[in-house]
Write a protein that binds this ligand. Structure first.
Ligand SMILES: C[S@@+](CC[C@H](N)C(=O)[O-])C[C@H]1O[C@@H](n2cnc3c(N)ncnc32)[C@H](O)[C@@H]1O
Length: 663
């Protein structure tokens, strides 16, 4: 914190170009209203009367609710001149932790700038509250906070418990809106303790002690040892529940009413009051992939491994132009529209205002940035510097691209290329999960709740993996994607086998696959399928199946065959050839590494490479249809049973399964 450091105060005339001295500080006063775009630009003067242009980046401001206003007194750490593209110079603040807004009566502020505050205009607490409420309604949240503060200051000389409780409650509400949860917890603790002190039956209760309440609000526990739910007024206990959910409540069981949660969620209601369940998983070091997530107990296929409420999930859509946001490149001074920019901005805001949340965030993988920059790790929660470049590195390596509900991705009208309803969001515990092309879990989302289920049985102590992206057919292409986005090369069993295949075989595979794809696409534009056309595709697929290296893939997925077999399965279904549809559905499962055995009335998955997905559920649905048509209801029911379990895995909750099975 600025105040804790011994810094030398300098003036505008002392600053150097592009060279920062970490031991310096400058005090300036803004002398114009701010101009707000992606950043805030404002003209400031120092105590000597020299003026400069100040650009403050990475702040949570809006045009109607600016963070800096005319007349504000600002302390800026390690200031320097930066060149502008037009040839001029400005002082640019990148890290929010380098900027502190001072109160006019702060010790650091010189006599000349110590202005008499609005307080002296003669308003009382009721009037300040009224003005604060008006500002709140106009969404000028920061101004509302100031008004409530003035009201509280008035009350320090004109005490009234009822008015103080009310103003702390109001401040708490505004701080929640501004994501300042630590401050909200402090306000609420003061409100509750004043409430207890003014209530004769509570004066001996621990509720009179604000620090006990504050530590409970930060405790993440589901218990209520202070009996707040029974002893405190409704408005105060609702705020307590709000803060606890926003700071994160952890439960130790996997009990959730997911259909109910799912029913709440929609594009405008993403944030769900759900507790987090992570107690049966733990973060540990892996042999080769940094840290990873490990099972603390056994999980069966379909079981919940962990459930986590989002750290940050802004409401915008990735492909929605009206949600565009610019991300500045400080290296070359350019700005470009970036879908992750709003997530970045909210992360900065949350970390700037909530010291209690910094440690868990900054401990995440930053791709070596901390070590390279020598910024290291903080000792306590207090010490983590809000370094925006580090936040951005952590964001790119750990964020998720998410639908409103994973179920929505199965809608017949969903188009991955045109559907804009995907967002970037951030989940901390889930960020420790490493990638495998042969994963043992699938992640899904219902609003801001991340749900991880097992795709196959997991033993205690086993590492939990999921697919960051579904693997490309060609090993070179998929390794390239892992390298570019996350900086690693996958060494799973599939990549090992694919990587060992000779260049020529790989080339032939891709050629054949492309040829098949072109033939299938051509057929798509030619009206109803004929049996001759389907047979032609089946012959071409047969050539790909006969790949000389196929034995190596005994229980592994054969990704190049997935799309052709999916086409054939649906084509045989289209021409009502039940036997061929059954054969092709089983082949489709096999090509995902999901081997099945059928003996009499027995249908079993005999080997599971972990690649449970929507096409696999569809294959089971077709099998159920086929066995029903052939008068084999036991086999059909078994297929439906597995389909239901896998549907749960790929959507998170059982909602929508009956409709899907009917499609
Ligand atoms: C979301 S983090 C996963 C947790 C990370 N291992 C850690 O120590 O914090 C993503 C990073 O983990 C590593 N990683 C994930 N999957 C991997 C894999 N299959 N092989 C090697 N490294 C992997 C990469 O460094 C990647 O950038």
């Amino acid at each position: 914190m600025l105040y804790d450091l011994i810094l030398i105060q300098v003036h505008l005339g002392d600053l150097r170009i592009d060279s920062r001295d970490p031991s310096t500080l400058i005090l300036v006063k803004s002398i114009t209203p701010p101009y707000i775009y992606s950043s805030t630009i404002i003209i400031v003067e120092d105590e000597a009367g020299d003026v400069a242009r100040l650009t403050v980046c990475n702040l949570e401001h809006t045009m109607i609710d600016p963070l800096i206003s005319e007349g504000d007194i600002l302390a800026i750490k390690q200031p320097c001149w930066s060149r502008l593209l037009d040839g001029g110079y400005h002082i640019r603040v990148d890290h929010p932790s380098d900027l502190v807004q001072l109160q006019p009566n702060d010790d650091l502020v010189n006599e000349g700038w110590r202005i008499s505050e609005d307080m002296e205009l003669g308003k009382d607490a009721t009037e300040w509250k009224k003005e604060g409420d008006m500002m709140f309604l106009k969404k000028r949240f920061r101004k509302a906070l100031k008004c409530y503060d003035h009201g509280l200051r008035y009350l320090s000389t004109h005490p009234s418990s009822a008015s103080s409780i009310d103003l702390y409650r109001k401040k708490c509400g505004v701080n929640i809106v501004l994501l300042r949860l630590d401050a909200a917890a402090e306000d609420l603790s003061l409100a509750i303790s004043l409430y207890a002190l003014s209530n004769p039956s509570l004066t001996t209760s621990p509720l009179v002690n604000p620090s006990i309440i504050e530590s409970w609000l930060h405790s993440h526990s589901t218990s209520d040892p202070l009996n707040i739910s029974a002893l405190v007024s409704h408005p105060l206990r609702s705020l307590a529940a709000r803060i606890k959910f926003d700071l994160g409540i952890f439960q130790t069981t996997a009990t959730y009413n997911l259909p109910l949660i799912s029913s709440y969620v929609g594009p405008l209601t993403l944030h769900v009051d759900a507790a987090t369940y992570i107690s049966d998983t733990e973060v540990r070091k892996t042999a080769l992939h940094g840290r990873g997530l490990f099972a603390k107990r056994a999980f069966q296929t379909g079981e919940l491994i962990c459930v986590e409420k989002g750290f940050v999930l802004p409401g915008y859509f990735i492909n929605d132009r009206s949600s565009d946001c610019l991300l500045y490149n400080l290296g070359n001074g350019t700005a470009a529209p970036r879908p992750g920019a709003l997530l970045f901005k909210e992360l900065v805001q949350k970390l700037k205002w909530n010291r209690s949340l910094r440690r868990e965030f900054f401990e995440l993988d930053d791709g070596g940035y901390g070590d390279e920059q020598g910024v290291g790790n903080g000792e306590g929660d207090e010490d983590w510097m809000v370094d925006v470049f580090r936040i951005e590195r952590i964001r790119t390596l750990n964020c998720f691209s998410v639908p409103t509900r994973s179920l929505d991705l199965l809608s017949p009208t969903y188009n991955p290329h045109s559907n804009p309803e995907m967002r970037n969001g951030f989940w901390i515990h889930a960020s420790y999960i490493n990638h495998s092309c042969l994963p043992n879990s699938v992640r899904t989302f219902i609003g801001d709740v991340h749900i991880l289920r097992a795709t196959k049985p997991i033993a205690p102590g086993e590492e939990i993996t999921h697919q960051y992206i579904s693997p490309d057919i060609d090993i070179m292409e998929r390794q390239e994607k892992f390298k570019v986005t996350w900086g690693f090369e996958c060494d799973c069993r599939l990549c090992e086998i694919d990587g060992g295949i000779g260049e020529e075989v790989r080339r032939q595979r891709v050629l054949l696959f492309e040829e098949l794809k072109a033939a299938v696409m051509k057929l798509g534009g030619q009206g109803p399928l004929t049996i001759t056309a389907v047979k032609k595709i089946a012959r071409m697929t047969g050539r790909l199946e006969a790949d000389g290296e196929k034995d190596l893939y005994a229980t592994l997925p054969r990704l190049a065959l997935v799309h052709p077999t999916l086409f054939l399965t649906e084509a045989w279904r289209g021409v009502k050839n039940v036997d061929k549809m059954i054969e092709s559905s089983r082949k489709l499962l096999r090509n995902f590494g999901l081997l099945t055995v059928v003996e009499g009335d027995r249908f079993e998955v005999s080997s599971n490479a972990g690649l449970v997905n929507v096409e696999a559920v569809r294959a089971l649905k077709y099998l159920a249809e086929g066995y029903t048509a052939k008068g084999q209801p036991t086999l059909a029911e078994k297929c439906r049973e597995i389909a239901r379990l896998w549907f749960l895995v790929i959507t998170g909750a059982e909602v929508g399964m009956e409709e899907f099975m009917k499609q």
